[in-house]
Write a protein that binds this ligand. Sequence first.
Ligand SMILES: Nc1ncnc2c1ncn2[C@@H]1O[C@H](COP(=O)(O)OP(=O)(O)OP(=O)(O)O)[C@@H](O)[C@H]1O
Ligand SMILES: [Mg+2]
Length: 249
Amino acid sequence: MKTLGIVNQKGGVGKTTTAINLAAYLAAGGRKVLLIDMDPQGNATSGLGLRGVERGLYEALSDPAQAEALIQPTSQEGLFLLPATPDLAGAGVELANEPYALRELLGALSGYDLAIVDAPPSLGPITINVLSAADALIIPLQAEYYALEGLAGLTETVDRVRTALNPDLKILGVALTMFDGRTNLAQEVEQSVRNHFGELVFWSVVPRNVRLSESPSFARAINQFAPMSSGAAAYKRLSEEVLQRVQKI
Ligand SMILES: Nc1ncnc2c1ncn2[C@@H]1O[C@H](COP(=O)(O)OP(=O)(O)OP(=O)(O)O)[C@@H](O)[C@H]1O
Ligand SMILES: [Mg+2]
């Protein structure tokens, strides 16, 4: 099993939207995929229609032997969810002393081809756990003027984790999200991001698409909610690029 962390400490850049829809397309393509909601906000959990779950990731982190029993099926064949529960909000304190808790949880699972981990907008202990457990990271960047701002903090954290906790951690790619092709600004931002990150930037750019923002309230990923939308096409292409890159790591 390969583990991909979806990380960016900046809020609202499209991490959860990318985690859900990427996971859904990878599952639709025949992989057995586990989406792990590592964000106490629980947006990936509610976006797939699971509400009021009492036991989930927090309990699985405390006792990896129980993890499989806490994983839920979803409406997408091949896509499984380890949901966030409110307890996760307090887990940061405990996880500060246990940087390998998620890695140990993943080690107790078998049968999945890929795990996709949705991280919270912070560089705290929860995100450190994601970085320590991941084979590679996908960094969503919102195509706006301040896209690159704050990334130094993320790259420094990635470097520290490589030194201290996970020497094999890779960056799989940078995904541009919420792109509005009608504005010159978005195109300038795309150019500067490509200049800065080179081939790390995925070719598939996710457009701003209202269908993507509506789909969580219908408890469906975009491949089921609006498969003909521009957002769906973008995440399908992105999933193909991700698979090609995953096969090389
Ligand atoms: N391509 C898009 N087009 C339109 N709306 C989008 C798109 N991507 C994300 N959104 C919307 O933007 C908001 C932020 O997206 P999302 O929740 O995926 O970001 P996030 O990085 O996970 O946020 P947080 O840091 O709070 O976890 C959500 O309301 C989402 O529905
Ligand atoms: Mg999120």
